[in-house]
Design a protein around this ligand. Structure first.
Ligand code: 5GP
Length: 118
């Protein structure tokens, strides 16, 4: 249902180290790692270490911290990839395209003239 956080979701397993990931940033509250199905070179996901299903479920303090960390990650990813721009995306519930029910921001580097992969 809408407000359930399932502690066995794939990002929870990544946080616990039960599933491997290519980490690009980590601190006490936040983890960023490469998306396994990147829509562009450098596509990164930024997640809080605490469990929230999505944007609506998130504690405001967690969300505030997460957006600041996303800014930091996006800046670093943009420099590392030499991208021309960056998209930040975030989906809530299946109808909106959410497939992993642990709050995350997509950091999607954009390259002039290069369309996103589907
Ligand atoms: P959503 O559609 O929920 O916003 O995006 C979930 C994202 O997680 C997708 O872009 C998908 O490729 C990515 N993803 C799904 N499973 C894994 C995984 O096991 N490892 C990593 N690194 N990314 C995953």
């Amino acid at each position: 249902t809408m407000n359930d956080y399932q502690p066995d979701n794939i990002f929870a397993k990544i946080l616990k180290g039960e599933i491997p990931s290519h980490k690009v940033y980590e601190d006490d509250t936040t983890l960023a790692f490469m998306d396994v199905m990147p829509q562009s070179k450098g596509h990164t996901l930024v997640i809080p270490k605490t469990g929230s299903r999505n944007l609506f479920d998130a504690d405001p303090d967690v969300l505030s911290d997460l957006i600041v960390k996303t800014q930091k990650v996006a800046r670093a990813v943009m420099i590392a990839t030499e991208a021309d721009g960056v998209r930040i995306a975030q989906f809530n519930e299946s109808a909106a395209g959410q497939t992993v029910f642990h709050l995350h921001f997509h950091v999607i580097p954009m390259y002039e003239g290069v369309p996103l992969k589907p």
